[in-house]
Design a protein around this ligand. Structure first.
Ligand code: SAH
Ligand code: SF4
Length: 411
């Protein structure tokens, strides 16, 4: 079953509508404080009011100021005259037969932008947990040769609020707020009390190229009095922006995933061109020094399986040799083909043989199970594929897909 919900333009995006009020949804405490001061809350009360708002926004998930029952009608009125709690517009929502959900989200257009940018967010439920894969940029400035996102023209950093808003939207849509009802479309949700237990920064973009905004968003997501995601259940995936890795470890301290994909510099230069700047030895040195590593807190190494390119058993043996001494997990990702790509996914048999070598070296269950196959909810296909689909209505048989739900699992 695939449900596709295409929205009509919201008042915020239709051409002759009044400009939308700025939203507080997704803001950090400084942003909330500024808004409260702006509507006349006295300095002395600001801290208490920020705490109230924080809890309504991030514990209860309210979407209207009227729901704030412990705030006076007068203050609610002053807030709603100048601000909203709106989330960015959901352009479409697709639900896979396996319960995977994908949202195409339209962000408000900025002054210089000719079109409203769009991003994707994917939710992958399992029986005991749910993983949300969020985007950090519109498009990506890097050009990994096997990744569709890297071919997109429109690129900009997401604001911290826009990163947090992806979590709010997902929790709204799957009824993951206290007392909220689950959607009635038959999608499968985990039995856990919270439907989103893990967050992975594996959607569109290179998160370490948007360091400040991603860090600010993670601080909101990890705040124990709000959304309360444990940092051990948040994983940042990077193509290898080496100088930012120690800083991320110290300042944000989430789990880390590295898009390795090759065991020699020659091949990695081609697949992940940032390797020319920061070669494998430097990348692995940064990994070895990542703060807080232990057998219970390992770095995930992602390895996309490309037929005849990086999938030989000699590559598998070199991979385990390369990672010796680093507390590591290895995720083998079946390649998701996209129109015009020169790569193919490795044969399943070859992936299994490769996985055997990796398994024998002590790394468990390394192949990511395909998820969201029917809705193209895959790494490397995000956004551009949706645009194409909206233009020409989708066919039900999408390509092979992967998910990212193995991450951050050892909390
Ligand atoms: N820019 C970051 C995070 C986003 S990409 C990074 O590169 O790590 C998330 C993961 O999807 C990365 O491991 C990336 O290499 C992988 N990926 C990209 N395109 C893919 C494709 N077509 N098939 C399979 N995995 C892909
Ligand atoms: Fe960017 Fe990651 Fe795609 Fe490379 S794999 S182009 S870094 S999104």
């Amino acid at each position: 079953m695939v449900l596709v919900l295409d929205s009509t333009p919201s008042p915020a995006t239709s051409p002759d509508a009044a400009p939308a009020l700025p939203t507080l949804a997704g803001r950090g405490s400084e942003g909330l404080r500024a808004a409260l001061a702006d509507v006349g809350v006295p300095e002395k009360q600001l801290r208490m009011r920020v705490e109230q708002l924080w809890s309504w926004l991030y514990v209860r998930g309210i979407t209207s100021f009227d729901q704030m029952t412990d705030v006076s009608k007068d203050l609610r009125g002053r807030l709603s005259a100048k601000y909203s709690l709106a989330r960015p517009e959901i352009v479409s929502e697709q639900v896979s037969s396996d319960g995977t959900r994908k949202w195409l989200i339209r962000l408000p257009k900025r002054g210089h932008e000719t079109a409203a940018p769009e991003i994707e967010t994917v939710y992958i439920p399992e029986s005991d947990r749910g993983t949300l894969c969020i985007s950090s940029q519109v498009g990506c400035t890097l050009n990994c040769s096997f990744c569709h996102t890297g071919t997109q023209k429109l690129v900009r950093n997401l604001e911290a609020e826009e990163i947090v808003a992806q979590i709010l939207i997902a929790r709204d849509r799957i009824g993951d707020w206290p007392g909220a009802e689950a959607p009635d479309d038959g999608g499968m949700l985990p039995l856990a009390e919270r439907k989103i237990t893990n967050i992975v920064l594996m959607g569109m973009g290179e998160p370490l190229y948007n360091f400040e905004n991603v860090r600010a968003a993670i601080e909101v997501a990890a705040d124990g009095d709000g959304l309360a995601f444990s940092k051990r259940r948040i994983t940042l995936s990077t193509s290898g922006v080496v100088p930012e890795i120690p800083r991320w470890g110290l300042e944000a301290g989430t789990m880390l995933a590295i898009s390795l994909h090759a065991v020699t510099d020659k091949l990695r230069d081609e697949l992940v061109p940032i390797n020319k700047k920061y070669p494998i030895a430097e990348l692995l040195e940064a990994c070895r020094n990542y703060p807080g590593l232990s057998n219970a807190r390992r770095i995930t190494f992602e390895y996309v399986m490309l037929k005849g390119v990086n999938d030989s058993l000699a590559d598998a043996r070199a991979l385990v040799r390369l990672l010796a001494g680093i507390p590591a997990k290895i995720n083998l990702i079946p390649f998701n083909p996209w129109p015009g790509t020169r790569y193919e996914c490795s044969e399943w048999e070859q992936i299994e043989k490769f996985a055997d070598v990796v398994n024998r070296a002590g790394y468990a269950s390394p192949v990511r199970t395909p998820r969201g196959r029917d809705i193209l909810a895959a790494c490397g296909q995000l956004k551009s594929e949706s645009q194409k689909l909206r233009a020409s209505q989708r066919s039900p048989n999408g390509g092979a897909q992967t998910d990212a739900s193995d991450e951050g699992s050892d909390a």
